[in-house]
Ligand binder design. Structure first.
Ligand code: WTA
Length: 648
C-alpha cells in the first residue's frame, strides 16, 4: 500500500458507535480490558472455566521455556465432549447445531446437537475399528458437508490429531501433507458440488496416496455426489458402511490440555508449507471465548454463519470449534457465493451474525446492491470480516447494504498461527472506524515496532508483534521446533513476529497494511511466492521464475509471475502461458494459478543475486519502476518493460 493511500486511510473520520441495546447487553464490556491488564492469567482462567474439564488445571500458563507455551497445565478435557455432549447433557439435544445447505437447491439438512453426538460417536467407533488410536494423525480432504465436521470431532474425541487439507489443493499438495504428518488414514468423499456441477475429489486422493508409498492404510469415503469412483477393496471403505452401522455409544477419554488437536498447513516464506500445531485446552478456550466475545453470541437466539471453508483456519476456529463449544446454531453452506444465494440463505434461516472475507464483499459490490436489496436481511445484527485488510469503501458498503446501516462490523485480525482472533473491535464497546481492526482484545498484547523492536508510537508504522503468550497460540511447527523458533521468535528477543506491517493512528488504533514477507494474500488465502516459484521451475521449460503479489481490486492481491524459459524451450510456443498456469494448478492447486505470466529475458537481481521483487511489483501494478541503482545490470528493467508493452 503506498503512503498516499495510507494517509487517505488514516484521515478516515467516519465513526460508528455500537447500537445502544447491543452495548447494554454485550457479553463483554469495557471493564474487561482493565481486568485482563490487571491479571492476564486470571482473565484466561475465567475464560477456560466456560468449558467442561475432566481434571482441572494446576497452572494456568507455563512459560518457563519460551517460546514453547503450555496452557492449563495438568488439566484434562475432550474437545468433542465440549462441542457436543455437554450441550445434549444440558438438555439442548434438540437444538439445531447445523443448518446445512447443499449447493443444489433444496438439498438441506438440519442436524441437532443430539444427532451430532450420535454421528460423532459412531464415527469415533468406526475410526477405532480402522485402527486409529490416540496420537495417530488423520488427513481429511472433503467438501463442505456435515460429515467433515463429524470427522473432525471424531478425531478430536479419540485424540487423533486431524489435518484438514482444503479441497481445492492438488493431489501433490495433499501428498506432501500426508507425508509430513505421516497420516495412515485419509477421510474424503467421492466429490462435492461446485458451481452447479459435481466435482470429483477421490481421484486426487488416489493419486496422492499412490505418491506416499505404503503410508496410507485406509481411505474412508463419504458418498456425496454418487459419481463413479475407482475402488481399492483392500484400502477403501465407504463411510456409510463403516459409520452408519457403528454404535452410537462412545465413552470419551479426557485428554491432556496440551494434547495435539490438529495440524493445519499454511504457506510460509519458503517453498515448504508449515504444519501449525494446535493443542486442546488453550485452543478451545481461546476460540470459544473470542467467538462469544467478538460476535457477542447469544446461543439461545442467534443464528450464526461463517462462510469460510473448513479447509482453512477460520473454518476450524469459527465454524467448528468455537461456535460448537458455545452451543451455537449455525449455517453451513456447501457452495460458493453465487449472486443472491447467500442472501437467500440469510433470509431463509434468519441469520443474525454473519462472518465473511473482504474479497467476497468486494465481489458483491461490483455486482451491485440490487441483488442483496432483493432479500429481507433484517434478522442480521452483527457483521464480521477476516482474512485481509478491509478497505473503508468495502466496510461502509458492507455495513450499509448488508447490515442495513444498523449492524456493527467487526474487522478481526488473526492468523492460522494465532488460532484465535487477536485484534478486533468489541461490538458493544468500540466505536468502529472503517478500515481499522482497532485494538488488541482483552488479554492480548500487541504492538507496532521498528527494526530495533522499539514501539513506534501513535501516528507511525512498523511491524506488528505480539508480546505475551495467548491460549490458542501455535505450540510449534509439526516436527520442526527449530523452524518454529526461527520463523516467529528470532527476529526480536521475546516477541512474536506476525509477518504483517501495521500503523498506529493518532488514537493508538491499529491499521493492518498487509504482509511484509514473501507471503501473498489472494482472496484471503495465504500463498507463498517461493512455493509458486518452485512449482514454476519444476516445469521442464522454465529456467527461472519470480512471483509477486500485485494489488487487485477484487482479490486483494493477485499472483503475477515472471519466467525465463530454458534455451531448449525456444520461445515456449504459443500456449506456454496456459501450460504453466495449469502446471501450477497441478502442483499446488487452482487457487495458486498466476493471473498473469510474463515470459522475460532476464530478472532484476542485485549484485549478490537476490531477485528484486519490488521492481517486478512495480511492473505488475503498472507503476513507474522504482530505484534500479542496486541492480547488477540496470538495463534489465528496460528489457522487461519492453516485453510488457509488447504483450497482448
Ligand atoms: C491477513 C486467516 C488485515 C494477515 C485468519 C495475516 C488480515 C494473514 C486480517 C493470516 C484482517 C487476516 N486485516 N489482514 N482483519 N485477517 N489477515 O493464516 O496478513 O490464513 O497475517 O489466517 O491474513 O492468514 P491466515
Amino acid at each position: 500500500m503506498s503512503e498516499q493511500t495510507l494517509s487517505n486511510l488514516m484521515s478516515e473520520d467516519r465513526r460508528f458507535e455500537p447500537p445502544a441495546d447491543l452495548a447494554e447487553n454485550a457479553n463483554v464490556k469495557a471493564e474487561a480490558y482493565d481486568r485482563a491488564d490487571a491479571d492476564r492469567e486470571a482473565f484466561w482462567a475465567e475464560a477456560a472455566e466456560r468449558l467442561d474439564w475432566g481434571q482441572k488445571w494446576d497452572q494456568v500458563l507455563d512459560w518457563s521455556n519460551p517460546p514453547f507455551a503450555k496452557w492449563f497445565v495438568g488439566g484434562t478435557l475432550n474437545a468433542s465432549v465440549n462441542c457436543v455432549d455437554r450441550h445434549v447433557d444440558a438438555g439442548n439435544g434438540d437444538k439445531v447445531a447445523l443448518h446445512w445447505v447443499g449447493e443444489p437447491e433444496d438439498d438441506t439438512r438440519d442436524i441437532t446437537y443430539a444427532q451430532l453426538k450420535d454421528e460423532v460417536s459412531k464415527a469415533a467407533n468406526a475410526l477405532t475399528e480402522l485402527g486409529v488410536k490416540k496420537g495417530d494423525r488423520v488427513a481429511i480432504y472433503m467438501p463442505m458437508i456435515p460429515e467433515v465436521v463429524v470427522a473432525m470431532l471424531a478425531c478430536a474425541r479419540l485424540g487423533a490429531p486431524h489435518t484438514v487439507v482444503f479441497g481445492g489443493f492438488s493431489a501433490d499438495a495433499l501428498a506432501s501433507r500426508i507425508t509430513d504428518c505421516e497420516a495412515h488414514v485419509v477421510i474424503t468423499s467421492d466429490g462435492g458440488y461446485r458451481r452447479g456441477a459435481a466435482s470429483a475429489l477421490k481421484p486426487a486422493v488416489d493419486e496422492a496416496v499412490a505418491k506416499t508409498g505404503d503410508l496410507v492404510r485406509n481411505v474412508l469415503v463419504v458418498r456425496r455426489t454418487g459419481q463413479d469412483v475407482d475402488w481399492d477393496d483392500s484400502r477403501d471403505v465407504w463411510w456409510h458402511d463403516a459409520v452408519d452401522g457403528a454404535s452410537a455409544d462412545h465413552e470419551p477419554e479426557m485428554h491432556d490440555s496440551e494434547h495435539p488437536l490438529y495440524v493445519m498447513y499454511t504457506s510460509g516464506t519458503t517453498g515448504k508449507p508449515k504444519g501449525i500445531l494446535h493443542t486442546t485446552g488453550g485452543y478451545l478456550t481461546g476460540t470459544s471465548f473470542t467467538h462469544w466475545e467478538v460476535f457477542d453470541l447469544k446461543p439461545e437466539t442467534d443464528v450464526y454463519w461463517c462462510t469460510a471453508d473448513v479447509g482453512w483456519v477460520t473454518g476450524h476456529s469459527y465454524m467448528v470449534y468455537g461456535p460448537l463449544a458455545n452451543g451455537a446454531t449455525q449455517v453451513m453452506y456447501e457452495g460458493t457465493p453465487e449472486k443472491g444465494r447467500w442472501w437467500q440463505i440469510v433470509q431463509d434461516y434468519k441469520v443474525t451474525i454473519f462472518y465473511t472475507a473482504p474479497t467476497a464483499i468486494r465481489t458483491f459490490m461490483k455486482q451491485g446492491r440490487e441483488i442483496p436489496d432483493g432479500y429481507d436481511m433484517s434478522s442480521l445484527r452483527l457483521l464480521g470480516s477476516v482474512g485481509e485488510p478491509i478497505n473503508p469503501e468495502a466496510y461502509v458498503w458492507y455495513r450499509e447494504v448488508i447490515g442495513g446501516d444498523r449492524c456493527p462490523v467487526v474487522d478481526t485480525w488473526w492468523q492460522t498461527e494465532t488460532g484465535q482472533i487477536m485484534i478486533s473491535p468489541l461490538p458493544g464497546v468500540t466505536a468502529g472506524k472503517p478500515g481499522s481492526a482497532m485494538k488488541a482484545l482483552p488479554g492480548i498484547s500487541a504492538d507496532v515496532v521498528d527494526d530495533e523492536a522499539r514501539s513506534v508510537g501513535n501516528g507511525n508504522g512498523g511491524y506488528l508483534v505480539l508480546k505475551e503468550p495467548w491460549p490458542a497460540m501455535l505450540r510449534t511447527l509439526w516436527g520442526d521446533d527449530q523452524r518454529f523458533k526461527d520463523t516467529y521468535w528470532s527476529r526480536w528477543e521475546g516477541l512474536y513476529f506476525a509477518g504483517d506491517g501495521a500503523k498506529l493512528d493518532d488514537d493508538g488504533d491499529i491499521w493492518l497494511l498487509g504482509r511484509v514477507d514473501d507471503v501473498m494474500n489472494v482472496s484471503g488465502h495465504r500463498l507463498s511466492t517461493t512455493e509458486i516459484e518452485s512449482a514454476l521451475v519444476s516445469h521442464p521449460k522454465v529456467a527461472e521464475a519470480a512471483v509477486v503479489g500485485a494489488a487487485d481490486e477484487t482479490t486483494g492481491q493477485a499472483v503475477c509471475a515472471f519466467v525465463i524459459l530454458r534455451d531448449s524451450a525456444g520461445d515456449g510456443g504459443e500456449d506456454i502461458v496456459e501450460e504453466l498456469r495449469k502446471h501450477v494448478a497441478k502442483e499446488i492447486g487452482a487457487i495458486a494459478k498466476p493471473r498473469q505470466i510474463m515470459v522475460v529475458p532476464e530478472l532484476p537481481k542485485t549484485r549478490s543475486g537476490k531477485i528484486m521483487r519490488r521492481l517486478l511489483k512495480d511492473v505488475a501494478e503498472h507503476r513507474e519502476v522504482g530505484d534500479v541503482t542496486t541492480l547488477a545490470d540496470s538495463t534489465v528493467m528496460d528489457l522487461i518493460k519492453d516485453k510488457e508493452s509488447s504483450a497482448p
